[in-house]
Design a binder for this molecule. Structure first.
Ligand SMILES: Cc1cc2nc3c(=O)[nH]c(=O)nc-3n(C[C@H](O)[C@H](O)[C@H](O)COP(=O)(O)O)c2cc1C
Length: 172
């Protein structure tokens, strides 16, 4: 998915996401909806494999959204950080970020990894990691398409809106 809103004069909230069975995508879309409610911010959603260092440099704040796989962030999400880390190092210090993790039952491992990378970038965490558990633990449930409950999508919406509002007001 490309631009939700587009205006180069406004600060951009970049949402980098990956999904295998749709859960993280629904979370990211809800956050993008929340962000788009703030008129003073441009929300840009990019799949992790599409996002590059120029996208990171051009944004004013970030929302990183990943499934948790094998107690880690998804490999595609890690690949995004691997490709962009050194190109953005010392060029994005102090910018705000938050993370969202879609997990079967845990999510803490992926959240910790993102926090560590963001600390290396000297980004500013502006919210606790938002973890949604889909209770998928059997092979069948893991492979099934996910549906994120409205209450959890609302939490994601609120996070996107809070990030966008903070960016628009310059309060981070
Ligand atoms: C290979 C693999 C490993 C997984 N490992 C974990 C895990 O360590 N912890 C966890 O809570 N969920 C784990 N899960 C479950 C996923 O996090 C869960 O299915 C989630 O809904 C995936 O997000 P998605 O729908 O955006 O792809 C794993 C799923 C897969 C496919």
């Amino acid at each position: 998915m490309a631009f939700v809103t587009h205006n180069r004069a406004m600060p951009t909230l970049l949402i980098v996401h990956h999904t295998l069975t749709g859960g993280t995508l629904q979370m990211a879309q809800a956050a993008a909806e929340g962000g788009a409610a703030e008129a003073g911010v441009q929300v840009r959603m990019l799949r992790a494999q599409e996002a590059g260092v120029q996208d990171v440099l051009a944004a004013a704040g970030y929302l990183f959204a990943t499934p948790e796989n094998l107690a880690s962030m998804a490999g595609v999400m890690k690949d995004f950080f691997d490709r962009t880390y050194y190109g953005a190092l010392e060029r994005i210090e102090g910018r705000p970020y938050a993370s969202m993790v879609c997990a079967g039952s845990d999510g803490e491992g992926a959240a910790r990894q993102i926090a560590r990378i963001a600390m290396g970038w000297r980004l500013k965490p502006v919210a606790e990691p938002l973890i949604v558990c889909t209770h998928a633990q059997t092979p069948e449930a893991i492979a099934a398409p996910k549906r994120i409950a409205e209450a959890d999508r609302e939490r994601c919406r609120a996070l996107g809106e809070a990030l966008a509002t903070g960016l628009a007001l310059g309060i981070f």
